[in-house]
Design a binder for this molecule. Structure first.
Ligand code: 8YV
Length: 325
């Protein structure tokens, strides 16, 4: 029997990284999005020591039961709402993720959505292509300069967005559970309701959890200015999408820029696709060659470090590591 660790790979692995992993581990391939418990033969399951997966793999109690020897699950994502962290911690399964390496890319999409909304850039492209320009000028749009950007969540990504917004002469305010000393000089702390009420652009940068699910709903949208835009590059279910659609239809807010939705991929039958005041992206915040490479490098390094008993760079439940030490 091979002495190599058996690891599930359910993430896009570049050839050189695949070789690196294969030199140390026996790879069990699971297509992205497929259930490892269903894909891996029962006889192999008790031998699986590690996994690298995307957020489309549910790391829940059922998966932990199916792989009793799992020591580490490395997420190819900074978010880990696909993981039941409490259950993993109880089972002493180390969970790793990819913080830091995607902040710039996600911030760029945030700023891009803001510019698309305020300057109506997507409609402008269609205006030129359709020949409408030959019949008259494009309607005037709105400046972002001098306006207030509100950040719900001031973590790594929020801070990069705040820095970028300074280049647009925006006033930046934020709300977090706690005031963030690292935000000093970048953004001003305000109360949660105040944030919704005063922002010209409100951008969401909080993780999805039981507490944050639908935490931006009818009440919060009702506090916003009718001229304000909502941007979500975090997780779709943080926003109550039905309430958002209602607010957009009623003109209670001016528009929304969404990189994430409650259901992904978004079906074209979604009312969001019908709304002219919405700009949609296909969850592409981190989707550049450079950033995805940095993410998979980190995800694989986390996996191999944990298996080799070296402290991984990014752990979601470091108490599992500390208990092992
Ligand atoms: C996706 C993301 O995970 O890192 C996150 O939390 O949402 C994205 O980067 C990406 O699709 C990689 O799986």
């Amino acid at each position: 029997m091979s002495q190599k660790h058996k690891v599930i790979v359910s993430a896009p692995l570049p050839a050189d990284l695949r070789e690196k992993v294969a030199a140390r581990c026996e790879i069990i391939e699971v297509p992205v999005g497929q259930s490892p418990a269903e894909s891996v033969p029962a006889a192999l399951r008790p031998q699986v020591a590690g996994m690298v997966c995307t957020m489309r793999t549910l790391v829940d109690q059922a998966l932990l039961d199916a792989f009793p020897a799992l020591a580490v699950s490395s997420n190819f994502a900074v978010g880990f709402d696909n993981v039941d962290v409490a259950a993993a911690t109880r089972r002493k399964v180390l969970i790793c993720n990819t913080p830091g390496v995607l902040d710039g890319a996600v911030a760029d999409v945030t700023i891009g959505l803001m510019l698309c909304l305020a300057r109506n850039l997507v409609a402008g492209d269609a205006f030129v292509r359709s020949g409408a320009w030959t019949k008259g000028a494009f309607p005037l749009t709105t400046d972002i300069r001098g306006k207030t950007l509100g950040l719900l969540g001031m973590g790594r990504i929020g801070r990069v967005v705040a820095r970028a917004a300074q280049a647009f002469d925006m006033k930046v305010v934020y709300h977090n559970r706690r005031q963030d000393p690292a935000a000093q000089g970048l953004a001003t702390y305000v109360g949660r309701d105040e944030l919704f009420a005063m922002s010209d652009v409100l951008s969401i940068h909080i993780p999805l959890s039981a507490e944050t699910r639908h935490s931006v709903g009818k009440r919060e949208l009702g506090l916003m200015k009718p001229t304000a835009y909502l941007i979500n590059t975090a997780r779709g279910p943080v926003v109550d999408e039905a309430a958002l659609i209602e607010a957009l239809r009623a003109g209670a807010i001016a528009g929304a820029g969404l990189d994430v939705m409650e259901q992904e991929p978004l079906p074209p039958s979604s009312p969001l696709c019908e709304l002219p005041n919405v700009v949609l992206q296909a969850h592409v915040g981190s989707a550049t060659h450079e950033t995805r490479r940095a993410m998979i490098d980190l995800a694989v390094a986390n996996l191999l470090d944990a298996l080799d008993k070296r402290k991984p760079q990014a752990m979601v439940n470091p108490e599992v590591w500390e208990a092992r030490a």
